[in-house]
Each structure stands twice: as structure tokens, then as C-alpha cells.
Design a protein around this ligand. Structure first.
Ligand code: GSH
Length: 232
């Protein structure tokens, strides 16, 4: 059994989709980040940077409970444990790892900042909006060029790199990031194909109604971006 510490955000969707893809037994342990549950010491013991997602595999290595935080590390762990979305060929496996790292180091952090300045920042900061929108478009360009010659990000086969990236390309994310998907037809083709996968649909349905986007209250703003974030 795997405990999935989760809230339905783009990073949370990654492990939700992966757990459905690989078919390992799991249970959802909601961590309501709007209400500040990510600051609970019991959760921080699993996820030291107070972020979802995290997992605890109750039947981990040597049969002992094993915790994993950081969504990319979770995808790698579940891929290795299940042998799924985990190419046996070394070059293919490292193709997937490279595009996973591209998502973790670029797409997630930069789109996240774009979303903050477009949707949450209490001040209008045009320079920051332009900066992160430009970087987001540049990253869409990288993916669009890759997907012109490759079915999926890591090659011919769907992989952990696609699982990591797709939740950041969902329509509601594109809207928040002010991305015109028609400019990136290969990304649109790829996203449409992934959206058809039943495991993706099941993963995205997990706690689907819980995340309110936009107009955060003072409490939710403090929990996500303000005082509560920085007081520890
Ligand atoms: N690099 C981390 C980022 C995780 C992350 O930023 N999670 C957000 C939700 S998408 C979160 O938990 N925010 C709560 C907080 O900032 O306190 C990962 O990929 O797991």
C-alpha cells in the first residue's frame, strides 16, 4: 500500500496520474494546502519543503516504509518499483530522465512564477508578467520543436516525462499562463493524445473539486505565498 499525500494541483496531478498508470495499490491522504495542512509537522517529516505531492510506500525497500518527496523523485520511484513507463534500454531510459529534469527544472518553476504574477500577485508587476510569460513561451517552443519529430517527449513511447509535463499544459493552466496553444500545434497534438488515456482521466479526477483557482482569501494567500510560508 502507498499513502499518497496529495492536493489536486499541477505537481500533485503528476503522482496521481502515475499511480493510476502503474496500478500499484494506494490510498489518498489529502493535504489541503489552502488551509495550511502542509505545515503540519507530521507532513513536514515526509516532505521537508512543505509541498505536495509526497508518498509513503508502506512496503518499501527491504519491506520497510519508505517516504519520497519531490514529484520527479516520486515518478522515478514508482517507475522503478513497477517497471512501467521505465524503459529497459539505457539510452531510452535516460532520454526519459532528461525530459523529466527539463520539466522539473524549467516548466514547473517558470510556469509557477508565471501563474503567480498573472493570477495571484496582489500588485500588478508588468515586468515580471512579461518575463515569465516570455520564458513560458520559450519553453513551449522547446517542446513544440521536440514534438515535431517525436511522438512523446522522450521518444516513441509515453513516459514519466510526459506524466510530469502534461498537468502543466492543461487548459486551465494555459489560460492562467496566457498561452495560445494554436501557436504550438505539436504540443496540442501531444496533449490531446495524453488526455485520452483512462489513467490520466482517473488521476485528474482525484479530489477534482477541491482546488479553487483565483481570488484567494487572505488565509489561502498567506498559506501559499505569504506569511505562513516564511515564518518557519
Ligand atoms: N518541486 C516540487 C514542487 C511542489 C509544489 O510546489 N507543490 C505546491 C502545489 S503545486 C505546494 O505544495 N504548495 C504548497 C506550499 O507552497 O506551501 C515538486 O515537484 O514536488
Amino acid at each position: 500500500m502507498i499513502n499518497h499525500y496529495y492536493w489536486p494541483t499541477p505537481n500533485g496531478h503528476k503522482s496521481a496520474i502515475m499511480l493510476e498508470e502503474v496500478g500499484l495499490e494506494y490510498q489518498v491522504c489529502p493535504v489541503n494546502i489552502l488551509e495550511g495542512e502542509q505545515f503540519d509537522p507530521a507532513f513536514i517529516a515526509i516532505s521537508p519543503n512543505n509541498r505536495v505531492p509526497a508518498i509513503v510506500d508502506l512496503d518499501g525497500p527491504d519491506g520497510k516504509p519508505y517516504g519520497v518527496f519531490e514529484s520527479g523523485a516520486i515518478l522515478l520511484y514508482l517507475a522503478e518499483k513497477s517497471g512501467k513507463l521505465w524503459p529497459q534500454d539505457m539510452a531510452r531510459r535516460h532520454d526519459a530522465i532528461q525530459w523529466l529534469m527539463f520539466q522539473m527544472a524549467n516548466v514547473g518553476p517558470m510556469f509557477g512564477q508565471n501563474g503567480y504574477f498573472q493570477g495571484y500577485c496582489p500588485e500588478d508587476v508588468p515586468l515580471a508578467k512579461k518575463r515569465y510569460q516570455d520564458v513560458s513561451n520559450q519553453l513551449y517552443g522547446v517542446m513544440n520543436r521536440r514534438l515535431a519529430s517525436s511522438e512523446y517527449l522522450a521518444g516513441a513511447d509515453y513516459s514519466i516525462a510526459d506524466v510530469a509535463t502534461y498537468p502543466w499544459i492543461l487548459p486551465k493552466q494555459r489560460e492562467m499562463h496566457r498561452i495560445d496553444i494554436s501557436t504550438y500545434p505539436n504540443v496540442a497534438r501531444w496533449a490531446d493524445a495524453i488526455a485520452q488515456r483512462p489513467a490520466v482521466q482517473r488521476g485528474l479526477a482525484s479530489l477534482a473539486d477541491s482546488m479553487k483557482v483565483g481570488n484567494p482569501t487572505k488565509t489561502t494567500y498567506d498559506n501559499l505565498f505569504g506569511g505562513s510560508q516564511f515564518k518557519r
